[in-house]
Design a protein around this ligand. Sequence first.
Ligand code: ADP
Ligand code: MG
Length: 684
Amino acid sequence: MQTGKIGVTTENIFPIIKKFLYSDHEIFLREIISNAVDATQKVKTLASLGEFKGELGDLTIRVSVDKKKKTITVSDSGVGMTADEIEKYINQIAFSGAEEFLGKYKEQSNGIIGHFGLGFYSAFMVSDNVEIITRSWRDDAKAVKWSCDGTPEYKIEDAQRDSRGTDIILHISDDSKEFLEDTKVDELLKKYCRFLPISIAFGTEKEWKDGKEIDTGKDKIINDTNPLWTRKPADLKEEDYLTFYHDLYPASEDPLFYIHLNVDYPFNLTGILYFPRIKTNFDIQKNKIQLYCNQVFVTDSVEGIVPEFLTLLHGVIDSPDIPLNVSRSYLQSDSNVKKISAHITKKVADRLQDIFKTDREQFEKKWDDLKLFINFGMITDEKFYERAEKFALLKNVDGKYFTFEEYEKLVKDNQTDKNKTLIYLYASDKVEQHSYIEAAKNRGYDVLIMDGQLDPHVINALESKLKDTRFARVDSDVVDKLIVKEDRKEVDLSNEQQSDLRSVFEGALPSEDHYWVSFEDLGENANPVVITRSEFMRRMKDMAAMSPTAGFYGNMPDSNNLVVNVAHPLVKTILKAKNDTLSGKLNEVNEKIKPVKAKLDELEKALKDKKEEEIPQTDKDAKDENQKQLEGLEGEKSTILKGFGKDYKLVKQLIDLALLANNMLKGEDLSKFVKRSLELIKPE
Ligand code: ADP
Ligand code: MG
């Protein structure tokens, strides 16, 4: 028997291993089993090279738990180790890596064990004592036993083992008892070892026979050694991909598409990614991609490792270049991981491009479900945008799909305004904005439907990418002004008439919402009153609503424009009625206003070039007095006009019609409208 000290430069690597190396103690099982897999694959390789000439035999790796002895044993028929090899691979764990690690561990408490080949020592996270009983594949090899109780001292002695391979026996410590439960071990095997390339047996198959569960005595193999992503795409059918998907995510709908990744340069990468079918709330669907390193599960929390939009995809990615058992922060900064992530983005884009090219019909059919991913990628990943702009689609209100290029061609002639800006019209709600959509279509304009949850961002992105292009929602202005092609006709109404008419309409407006009343000559065939919402204000409000700290714009009342068409005969009727009914009263007020205004003008003129401190107090007071008087009189006038507007049914009726066209007339107001309409249609 021989004793010695494990070759690390500090006395105390074990406390470090226990405390810092892994946040997850449970990965010890993965580490021990993946070593067994490595050893088994080595012996297979040696056999194929002709160096090992014996029988390979049964290569199944066996995991067993002895609750009484408090042990977990992992046995393999791999290459095994000679005493010298134990010395070299187990005892001399220092090598370069451990020293480097020990220098760093203080800062990086979430450590980097496997990176330095310290995977085996993770066993001490859960064990008081670890034994290795091993016999090398070499003909003359003797079995040896190594044991260590968690101090740097180890023991090595002769042992009995009839055949090639290794048993790792973990004496589980009291504070890790949970790992002695079969259910726990089952769970860990399922999580970490489900796709390992060598069969892993744990327990025996049970069968139901004559109402009783009987033990068949056959090994229960817990893994699929040949998972789908390791197979050749040419050998696989669509169903295989669907079955695999449902194995991974039971109770999910069929995915939209899958992508079989198979890269061997500049790094090795295989995997299958699925575009899941989801409609809303994609947050809950994140982190469904599993990362593997040579079929060993690494992690399923891929945020920061793959581009954000890909975290919405499902599936598996396997690469020997994804470092095993390291912390997340390490993974995120690893340059290989970054390259892999960029490459996956490219592959995903290529595949989408491919489907688009070869089967556009199918692509269009699935676009509504796909667009969430693609749009998300486009607004968060510059590189992806560059690729996606060739296959991303725009959909119009008639359900037709266009690429960006096609759409530009379609609307260029008819939707370019006088400043050479191309205006893309869109609706966010086909029902609510129906009358505006119709008005735009009657003009020969095309209207896009932009009702997805990311569409406001997509619009921003496109406006910054597409040259001289702006988006305008169909209800953001009267149809004549959505796309201004030439200078418009001035409104043929004096300022005073406009101001009077504004008050008349204000008198009839619903008081709870804010409206800006303005005047346009829309021609006598257009509607007399139209309600629009400024694109700018609406976007500001929408954006504010999306951010948790709704700022200034979030608190603004809804501001709508009430556009009065002065060319419409009914508006002319109102104007005439106002003049006929109110001219007496208004003239009276106007007569009073005249001298006050004249006085005010005079004062203002006199004071114009004087500095504030040169103006005598009496003049200031006189000016204030006049100002107040004028405001009072104007208020009086506006009260008269508003009173008229409120009582004159036609005004209210025209406003209600505009509200109705906008789906904004509801409840009591709607009932009143119906009643008023009936009164107005009195039989002759
Ligand atoms: P790594 O697996 O990254 O090399 P580990 O700490 O997990 O690092 O293992 C250290 C070494 O111990 C392995 O490289 C291997 O040489 C040896 N080893 C561990 N487990 C076994 C085993 N079951 N059979 C043969 N050799 C083993
Ligand atoms: Mg290992």
